[in-house]
Write a protein that binds this ligand. Structure first.
Ligand code: SAH
Length: 357
């Protein structure tokens, strides 16, 4: 008996070690499917160890500004898609975005994430002005998350000073991708991600977990793809159902799998930046954030969209506003990081080894 247990423990340790050297789909799938609580705990412990070894104890805060909810796309899972009924549309001006960024910088944020729907009003020129305006505020990193654009626009954004770009591939199951994203395809998405890396961005991808029709095999494929594309940032969270796009995965399952995918991303991709996502905190307001930080995450992305617009950027229905007051939320994060023996980073939080021009 004793012998058998220790053999299987050794086997689990061997699989975990192999994931950090030469990741294989089979090993990833093993940890996505195991029903042994001890094996899941071993995965989380390894993720926490790798996190400490590869990215340290600092927690990086990224201030998100959601500057427009206009979108030309009609992604089935998204609450601001073009044809989603009842959305009040808004668009901040370039000046308003720069002002909101300045307020975030005053609060101590060193990374600004500018996110929007795919809004054609924001031409190359306007985005470049926005980026340049924020870069003029000081030594802050600018991350863009504005969807698929031609490569020459990506290059222009980079030349205007943008440092990073987020474009989640959402799911590596090409058929599911095509079904959920009318008029789009996975191949183009991946081409964009490769182009963004080539241009010089620290590039981030991510997925939703628990999409209707998603499989564990495809989740293993997602993690392999993050690794293959050498993503610098990876944001994964549960799918939160919106009207017209239900899921067959229970909340509990989506939460559990989100933690496992997070931990596996850490073990496989080592020194990438992994956020504790807002979607995860939406499912579990009480302790998801603390748990994520102990299972591989090293980033939190507080929402600093101006109060008057924030409620209109409703990508999915949230039970309650998670962070109402930005100052109070920051104090909460300081106290959480203290409790966990971690600290809030004062730097920009670039990926290790990144040379900033
Ligand atoms: N237009 C931008 C920003 C999209 S919104 C872009 O294409 O990059 C940012 C992310 O929200 C999406 O990439 C998606 O992963 C996530 N999202 C959308 N709908 C969601 C839902 N119902 N539940 C959870 N996450 C969702």
């Amino acid at each position: 008996m004793v012998n058998r247990i220790s053999t299987s423990e050794r086997e689990v340790m061997r699989r975990l070690a192999r994931l950090g050297i030469r990741p294989q789909r089979g090993d990833i799938l093993y940890f996505l499917t195991t029903r042994e609580p001890g094996e899941v705990e071993a995965l989380y412990a390894e993720a926490d160890r790798v996190r400490r070894e590869c990215v340290g104890d600092e927690i990086h805060l990224r201030a998100i500004i959601e500057f427009s909810n206009h979108c030309r796309r009609d992604c089935r899972y998204c609450g601001i898609r073009r044809n989603f009924p009842g959305v009040t549309r808004y668009r901040m001006s370039v000046g308003e975005v720069v002002d909101a960024a300045a307020a975030a910088v005053d609060l101590g944020y060193r990374t600004l994430v500018l996110q929007s729907g795919e809004d054609g009003w924001f031409t190359r020129d306007r985005i470049c002005r926005m980026v340049a305006g924020i870069k003029a505020l000081g030594d802050v990193a600018v991350t863009l998350a504005v969807g698929e654009r031609p490569v020459d626009e990506y290059r222009a954004f980079f030349n205007a000073g943008a440092d990073r770009y987020l474009l989640k591939h959402e799911t590596s199951d090409a058929e599911l991708y095509a079904r959920l994203n009318p008029g789009m395809n996975l191949e183009t998405r991946i081409k964009c991600l490769r182009a963004l890396k080539d241009v010089g961005f620290q590039t981030g991808s991510g997925i939703m977990i628990g999409l209707p029709g998603q499989t564990l095999e495809s989740l293993a494929g997602d993690i392999m793809l993050f690794h293959e594309l050498d993503m610098d940032m990876i944001g994964c969270g549960p799918y939160i159902p919106v009207a017209g796009c239900p899921t067959e995965w229970s909340e509990r399952k989506r939460e559990e799998l989100s933690f496992r995918v997070l931990a596996l991303n850490r073990v496989v991709t080592r020194d990438t930046h992994l956020p504790s996502t807002t979607a995860l905190s939406t499912l579990n307001e009480n302790d998801a954030r603390a748990l994520a930080l102990q299972r591989g995450a090293n980033v939190i992305m507080p929402n600093l969209t101006p109060e008057r617009y924030r409620r209109f950027y409703e990508i999915y229905p949230s039970k309650k506003r998670i962070e109402v007051d930005t100052r109070a939320f920051r104090a909460e994060l300081e106290s959480l990081s203290f409790q966990l023996g971690r600290s809030i980073s004062m730097g920009r939080g670039d990926r290790a080894g990144w040379t900033n021009a």
